[in-house]
Design a protein around this ligand. Sequence first.
Ligand SMILES: [Zn+2]
Length: 333
Amino acid sequence: MSLNFLPKRTAQGKISATALLISLCLSTQPAQAALTFNFTYLSPGQGFDDPTFGAARKLALNSAADLLGEYFVNYTATLDYDVTSSSVNESRLASAGSSYSVIPGTFQRTTVQTKILTNGATDSNYFAADGHIDWNFYENWGLSDSVAANEFDFKTVAIHELLHSFGFSSVVNQNGGGLEDKNTGTPDTWATFDKFLTNADGVSLINNAGVFAGSNVNALTSGSGSVLFNGQNAKDANGGVAVNLYAPTIFSPGSSISHLDDDTLALSELIMASSVSAGQKSRELSAIELGILRDIGYTQIVAPAEVPVPAAAWLMLSGLLGLVSFGRRKTAL
Ligand SMILES: [Zn+2]
């Protein structure tokens, strides 16, 4: 998981000739990213538009979007985001989302998700932005690939937020209502993600008719292991069992159910956990996260290592991986 950062520092300078060769070879590959992100910054003079720090923040957001785009090379879409910013002393680092169509008794993709999965053919909200992001710049942010221990990893958090807009998100509220906040037992509108929710006994929280059973409401606030994601791809990546979602005993609107469970050790450091500590984090999606994305419709998603490259480039990549391992062992000494 730390392959991204530790080796770079130790290997620097010692392998410069080889590294240069590798980077030249890689840079001659055609651009792979097939998703295009257009960010419109709506908080003049502050945050991303700050006269001193704004340019670097925008660069970091674009860089994170490109990293995420590497998983989506088999899709082609231009995604428009409205981006706002704030500076508030609170626990929220950032938030993001994308709208849904409301049709009772159905599971809906987000506008961003629809656009990606139709390769740009369907823009559910026409001229309005497809998604939105709000960033809290109160905290110290590490914008580069070397994040200090007292900084939050901007790129990791940006990937996390973008994935919410891609549909890695629940709309279940604490009463068991959906987008329309209907009473349990009544068809409501849900996110595609919600189709895969079960309780600890493996019973779906919401049936195929879009009805949340009242008997499942308690599960939403029953802690680790009480609400799970049971999509087949996610299970395949998780040893055959459904994946624990974040379901704290006090419901946290916008956070409960929409994240992996931080209290499950194997999930706590993954990008889609509900919280993140300061310091350098992984920007790589885990097999479990990729499985969930496949389950919610992104069947063509690829881990970057799976992207086909010419044989010569494979050799170079192998060489690079070898150096990375070497650097890592050195660091561990
Ligand atoms: Zn989140």
